[in-house]
Design a binder for this molecule. Structure first.
Ligand SMILES: C[S@@+](CC[C@H](N)C(=O)[O-])C[C@H]1O[C@@H](n2cnc3c(N)ncnc32)[C@H](O)[C@@H]1O
Length: 281
């Protein structure tokens, strides 16, 4: 990713931060299976020191702080000030004392070598400016044999939580395909792509696991539409290019596409993620 693209990504996340704060509770709930997957793959347990890269509105840091307990600790990191503030405020309101916060980017971690037992990152690797450098940094700051585990979205077709809205909007707004290294939710959807980056960066025993799960919450289509069109920078940008007359047509088409995932005010989308795990040699 070139520096201009990287600055644009950071600005977009700064704007997104207030929506990630607004939907913090739902985000934790909807993507909880991803946190469980990371905890399992990275074998996180009581007493460990865990680094979370790109922690957004607080997950998986907040959940992991309870798992490692008072004898362990979590270092939450994110390069976006608004995200750090949201996560920090939530930890304070819960009275968590084993979690620290640092504003920093994945490719320049401000920690000495071999500081942490484990590194995790949930849904953030797709936005790293230089993923190989970021993985090298992660390997540098974990202890020998320590695990690093990244979860990213699987294929677009298997993730109607995104496509039910995106595909409809794309029919109305011209949107070029993102390049293979552009920051995008599906940048690492191709099986093996992120695993190769871990291997190139020097990780050992690299394993990719596909996680099929349901994104669930008590939510109507109306609430889902608002959540999706607020949380996603690319959707916000595309929606701004629509005429007011186009909006009801698009929303109705998205409602038709998503209808079967909403029953009695409950949302349940099938979803696919990839968990890529390696170890420091
Ligand atoms: C999709 S959100 C995921 C947030 C959270 N981990 C979650 O699962 O809810 C992506 C996060 O990656 C962060 N991010 C973007 N570029 C990054 C970078 N270069 N290094 C670390 N994090 C980055 C964003 O600020 C944002 O908080």
């Amino acid at each position: 990713m070139n520096p201009e693209e990287q600055n644009k990504t950071m600005d977009a996340w700064q704007t997104s931060a207030r929506y990630w704060n607004k939907y913090r509770v739902l985000i934790a709930q909807m993507f909880a299976p991803l946190t469980s997957g990371l905890v399992e793959e990275a074998q996180i347990r009581v007493g460990q020191k865990v680094l979370d890269i790109g922690g957004g509105s607080g997950e998986p840091s907040l959940t992991i702080s309870c798992i490692v307990g008072p004898t362990g600790s979590v270092m939450y990191t994110d390069p976006v000030a608004g995200m750090v503030e949201t996560a920090q405020a939530e930890a304070a309101s819960r009275g968590l004392t084993n979690i620290e916060f640092r504003k920093c980017s994945a490719d320049a971690l401000p920690f000495p070598d071999s500081t942490f037992d484990v590194v995790v990152s949930r849904l953030s690797a797709m936005f790293f400016g230089d993923p190989v450098t970021a993985v090298r940094e992660a390997l540098r700051v974990i202890v020998k044999s320590g695990y690093l585990s990244f979860v990213v979205w699987g294929s677009e077709e298997a993730n109607p939580f995104f496509t039910s809205v995106n595909d409809v909007v794309d029919r109305f707004v011209e949107s070029p395909e993102p390049g293979p290294d552009a920051p995008d939710a599906f940048r690492f959807a191709a099986s093996g792509k992120l695993a190769r980056i871990l291997k190139n960066a020097g990780a050992e025993n690299v394993i990719e696991r596909q996680l099929d799960f349901q994104i669930e919450a008590a939510m109507s289509f109306e609430q889902f539409w608002q959540l999706r069109t607020e949380m996603s920078e690319s959707l916000r940008e595309k929606m701004a290019r629509l005429t007011p007359a186009q909006l009801p047509t698009i929303k109705q088409a998205a409602a038709d596409a998503a209808q079967r995932y909403f029953v009695s005010e409950k949302m349940s989308f099938p979803a696919e993620a990839l968990i890529v795990t390696g170890r420091k040699g």
